[in-house]
Write a protein that binds this ligand. Structure first.
Ligand SMILES: [Zn+2]
Length: 302
């Protein structure tokens, strides 16, 4: 059994309808978490998954919309009976990031206060995640899963490493399956190659040409993202068997606070109902396989 649940389909805006980036991959009885953006922990519980049951986390990059929920995930699984240490895999900087959070870091007083109790002292390892930093290439392997990373084009790499990942999966009955998560990136030949014939490509689709122009004009935010048309071309070229377009938080919002907060990120009238239909139309110009726009708690069985 291979199950993918989109825990957070959104981006850095606090969209009440879309959490920050987070995807749960379950292979037979083992859970793996990919990114841990804002709201991921609440979303796990909504999906019926205990945070304490997830012992592997892969972080694509250290933008807050991909890692902000990490302290909440770790602390809540500590008091929620975690019985195995969490292993965190992320780009250079992840050791530093995690090292500033727990004992001796931001939540030092919280942890010292709660560990007055014997049961909390007994599983103190739960707030001491083991961190492994990765670069280009394979970085994780167990009996069910192999993961490799490829650098993507999102922010200057000397400031922050950002990686897409390929997941090669073998279930208990021996069935091989594959999935790629692009993370945040402009369209890349290397991601298309990584995604050749995969069963599922989960690729960001965070901008349109109009949004890129507006962001450039307002000097507001990153434009190294992918448009629907570009995503369709990439998916068709790679021959992916199915596609999910992700990282579209706030794009269909009608919430007046969200519309105000995003006014420098997208031109007036660009967001709101119909955005996802236009996304699909753009992808369909080139790609004719199964395609979905990600929503929180969307589930796909591979
Ligand atoms: Zn990002």
């Amino acid at each position: 059994m291979i199950r993918v649940i989109i825990l957070g389909s959104g981006g850095p805006q606090p969209d009440p309808d879309a959490g920050g980036s987070s995807i749960l991959l379950t292979i037979d009885d083992t859970n793996y978490l990919i990114d841990c953006g804002p709201g991921a922990t609440h979303s796990m519980v909504r999906a019926g998954i205990s945070p304490a049951s997830i012992n592997r986390l892969f972080i694509s990059h250290l933008h807050y919309d991909h890692c902000l929920d990490l302290p909440f995930f770790v602390l809540s699984s500590w008091i929620g009976n975690r019985d195995e240490a969490l292993k965190v895999f992320g780009p250079v900087g992840t050791k530093d990031f995690v090292g500033h959070l727990f004992l001796g870091g931001a939540f030092d007083a919280d942890i010292k206060a709660r560990s007055q109790y014997g049961r909390r002292k007994d599983n103190l390892f739960a707030v001491q995640p083991e961190v492994t930093e990765f670069g280009d290439g394979p970085f994780y392997e167990d009996e069910r899963l192999k993961v490799r990373a490829v650098p993507v084009d999102h922010v200057p790499p000397e400031i922050m490493g950002c990686f897409g990942m390929r997941f090669d999966i073998t279930t208990a009955d021996g069935t091989p399956k594959s999935m790629v998560f692009s993370s945040d990136t402009a369209p890349l030949e290397s991601v298309a190659e990584l995604s050749t014939n995969v069963d599922l490509l989960i690729h960001e689709c965070a901008v349109t040409d109009a949004i890129k122009e507006h962001r450039t004009a307002t000097a507001t935010a990153i434009v190294h993202h992918t448009t629907p048309k570009q995503l369709g071309e990439l998916a068709a070229k790679a021959g992916v068997k199915s596609l999910i377009a992700i990282h579209q938080g706030g794009k269909e919002t009608t919430n007046p606070v969200m519309l105000d907060m995003t006014r420098n990120h997208a031109p007036k009238g660009a967001l709101g109902p119909g955005y996802f239909d236009r996304t699909i139309q753009g992808i369909r110009e080139s790609y004719d396989g199964p395609v979905r726009v990600a929503r929180d708690l969307m589930r796909v069985d591979l």
